[in-house]
Ligand binder design. Structure first.
Ligand code: SAM
Ligand code: DTB
Ligand code: SF4
Length: 331
């Protein structure tokens, strides 16, 4: 039988970070997990999953694009980058009433977390003030709050925290050695800098990536290693399957094999045992059977609602139907 990679357990909660944290996971050890026979990998992932979570529960997060399009960045997957002709119209920041009614609808449909996304490279001080008011309003409904607004300047994370922000989403998106092929208007290190600010402010970290960007398996391992070696690793890890949008440079590229996507979920579960691993964008393309395998591989959160930011998502009734068929509960 093939040997599994050596797994080093995460630093227990509460133990202070070391000055120079030891790398918990090498890219090679993660590649060795990817290379396991599928049943062995699934068994390891399920074992780790059951140590920390009920394997039958899925957390539901709903997304809302509060400021759409017109983004100056060049992320080659993104329909909201102004430079690509994707048909997405730029719009202003939404008003509080409209955001609140979307949050109420999400809550009534069963979502527990509401994630507000803005197509900014980096919000200005006045943007942060306005979003802080939106966060306070959504928090007032009794929902968990999440925001994804781009790179943060000094003091922004604290301002959002004080308004009631629970999570900040900021994806590292791909492996450090693939980053420059996908985005040229910022560096991988810029993302780490914002993640440090978020962590420093005591806001929980939501960070993950996209697979299907044309990366190698080694680079998928590099993405997971970069996440798992954050100290501490993110509480929430969205794994997106690239949604190919006409007009973006990545439109028409070869998608990832669905079973390789399941492997990526399993490897994220094994290396980040305490995280919510979210089966994120691209679920429509995966179909029910692959999504079920993702839950068996340790995914325990989804984006829930008929729309992601721009693109489609399975509708609420389809998700309820799937979760009912699988006998799964939601939170
Ligand atoms: N502008 C902010 C930023 O980039 O951090 C926040 C919004 S941005 C749309 C949030 C994340 O959505 C990106 O980091 C990326 O991981 C994901 N994303 C964007 N377009 C996608 C696509 N076509 N398929 C899958 N994920 C995508
Ligand atoms: C994340 O990891 N995925 C979400 C959320 N965080 C902000 C965004 C997915 C976007 C998919 C393409 C779109 O609809 O724009
Ligand atoms: Fe802008 Fe974010 Fe899209 Fe990149 S992913 S183009 S930063 S909205």
């Amino acid at each position: 039988m093939q040997e599994a990679a050596v797994r080093i357990h995460p630093r227990p909660e509460g133990r202070p970070a070391q000055d120079k944290p030891a790398e918990r996971w090498s890219v090679e050890a993660i590649e060795a997990l990817f290379d396991l026979p599928f049943p062995e990998l699934m068994f390891q992932a399920q074992t780790v999953h059951r140590e920390h979570f009920s394997p039958t529960n899925v957390q539901l997060s709903t997304l809302l694009s509060i400021k759409t399009g017109g983004c100056p960045e060049d992320c080659s997957y993104c329909p909201q980058a102004a430079r690509y002709d994707t048909g997405v119209e730029a719009s202003k920041l939404m008003e509080e009433d409209a955001v609140l009614s979307a949050a109420r609808a999400a809550q009534e449909a069963g979502a527990t977390r509401f994630c507000m996304g803005a197509a900014w490279r980096s919000p200005k001080d006045r943007d942060v003030e306005k979003v802080a008011a939106l966060i306070a309003a959504v928090k007032g409904l009794g929902m968990e709050t999440c925001a994804t607004l781009g790179m943060l300047d000094e003091g922004h994370a604290e301002q959002l925290r004080d308004a009631g922000l629970d999570y900040y989403n900021h994806n590292i998106d791909t492996a450090p050695d693939k980053y420059g092929d996908i985005i040229s208007t910022r560096q991988f290190e810029d993302r780490l800098d914002t993640l440090n600010k978020v962590r420093g402010a005591g806001v929980k970290v939501c960070s993950g990536g996209i697979v299907g960007l044309g990366e190698t398996r080694q680079q998928r391992a590099g993405l997971i290693a970069a996440l798992a070696n954050l100290d501490p690793y993110p509480e929430s890890v969205p794994i997106n399957n690239l949604v190919q949008v006409a007009g973006t440079p990545l439109h028409g590229s070869t998608g990832i094999d669905p079973l390789e996507f399941v492997r990526t979920i399993a490897v994220a579960r094994i290396t980040m045992p305490l995280s919510r691993v979210r089966l994120s964008a691209g679920r429509q393309e995966l179909g029910e059977a692959i999504q079920a395998l993702c839950f068996l591989a340790g995914a325990n959160s989804i984006f829930y609602g008929d729309k992601l930011l721009i693109t489609g998502n399975p509708d609420v009734s389809a998700d309820r139907n799937l979760l009912d068929k699988l006998g799964m509960t939601t939170s």
